[in-house]
Design a protein around this ligand. Structure first.
Ligand code: APR
Length: 320
């Protein structure tokens, strides 16, 4: 059986980390595409030289030619500009929309059968635009945000409860931005919902509110600390988990930005919801009951995504 092929469009900080993880896990052969000359080949060569030490047999190639992504099973897109301190994800809109146009055309021409995971920000708008420009079926194009946002939530909850991160599940809905909706009722420690843990005296509502707030600005906290870039280890790991669920038909239930067609009262937008990822791409959108507060917060998040799409349509009338 031929090896799987993973194409990474954007070979920057997240792209390089993705290549490292995909190769170490022997998910398949890896192509690093970037517009920067030399750099993707340099990273591919550096990683190939780690192979004898680690013992992985994935082949790695750097390129500036879209033809090299042909036949990719999975494409993970990080091409674009990352945030600098003081910038919001939305500030990236105009620049990264043009990048999505080029990437979408490249995918359409060379790898229309791939499963595509978009990471470029502002995520909910970029994944929508990438789907539009590529013309791929909606179930084959998803955005990575929810796995990362819930990982951040889980990390903070595990710290607060002083338990293993493995036993903490968390639930984050909505757009990937300051309006995301961490849902405490569906977040648990070994199956015990957070509100019950508060009743059991494990923590307080005030502390939970602070954790929700910190989760919402989790990316910004890292941007401030790094000084010239944004997070890359956790975003890369999160996208790899989604890619593995597709390649191995694991049917994992993961929060991700998916195209909604009426679920949660939303039609034609990419918003973060729980989905099942298997060999057919997005195999199911999980629609859960939300309480009034979560519903209201989800709506604020949806409205923020809508505003971004309107801004995209204002920049490129072909999207209208
Ligand atoms: N085609 C291909 N690659 C491009 C293009 C393009 N049109 N435009 C820019 N790039 C490349 C850059 O050359 C750079 O190598 O995208 C890469 C982005 O890498 P970084 O700047 O290191 O950014 P990174 O931290 O990887 O984040 C990428 O993911 O989380 C989001 O907000 C983040 O939008 C950003 C993206």
């Amino acid at each position: 059986m031929a090896r799987k092929k993973i194409a990474l469009v954007g070979a920057g900080m997240i792209g390089g980390t993705l290549a490292h993880l995909a190769a170490m896990k022997e998910m398949g052969d890896v192509v690093l595409f970037d517009i920067a000359e030399g750099m993707p080949s340099g990273k591919a060569l550096d990683l190939a030289q780690a192979a004898p030490v680690e013992g992985f047999d994935s082949k790695l190639k750097g390129t500036n030619d879209y033809a090299d992504i042909a036949g990719a099973d999975v494409i993970i897109v990080t091409a674009g500009v990352a945030r600098k301190p003081g910038m919001s994800r939305d500030d990236l809109l105009g620049i990264n929309l043009k990048v999505m146009q080029a990437v979408g055309a490249g995918i359409k021409e060379h790898a229309p059968d791939a499963f595509v995971i978009c990471i470029t920000n502002p995520l909910d708008a970029m994944v929508w635009a990438l789907r539009e420009y590529s013309g791929l079926p909606t179930e084959k194009v998803v955005g990575m945000a929810g796995v990362l946002d819930s990982a951040r939530f889980r990390c903070f909850l595990a710290e607060e409860f002083d338990v293993s991160v493995e036993d903490v599940t968390a639930f984050v809905l909505g757009g990937h931005g300051d309006t995301m909706v961490p849902v405490l009722e569906y977040s648990t420690v070994a199956g015990i919902p957070v509100p019950d843990l508060i009743k059991m005296g494990w923590s307080t509502q005030e502390k939970m509110d602070a954790i929700v707030k910190r989760t919402r600005s989790g990316g910004g906290e890292i941007v401030q600390l790094l000084g010239n870039g944004s997070a890359y280890y956790a975003p890369a790991t999160s996208a790899i988990m989604m890619a593995e669920s597709y390649l191995k038909d694991k049917k994992r239930v993961l929060p991700a930005a998916a195209n909604l067609t009426g679920q949660y009262g939303v039609d034609g937008l990419y918003v973060g919801v729980p989905i099942v990822i298997g060999a057919n791409g997005v195999e199911r959108i999980v629609e859960i009951e939300l309480n009034d507060e979560a519903k209201a917060n989800f709506q604020v998040s949806v409205d923020a995504v809508k505003e971004l799409l309107e801004a995209c349509k204002g920049i490129d009338s072909s999207l209208a």
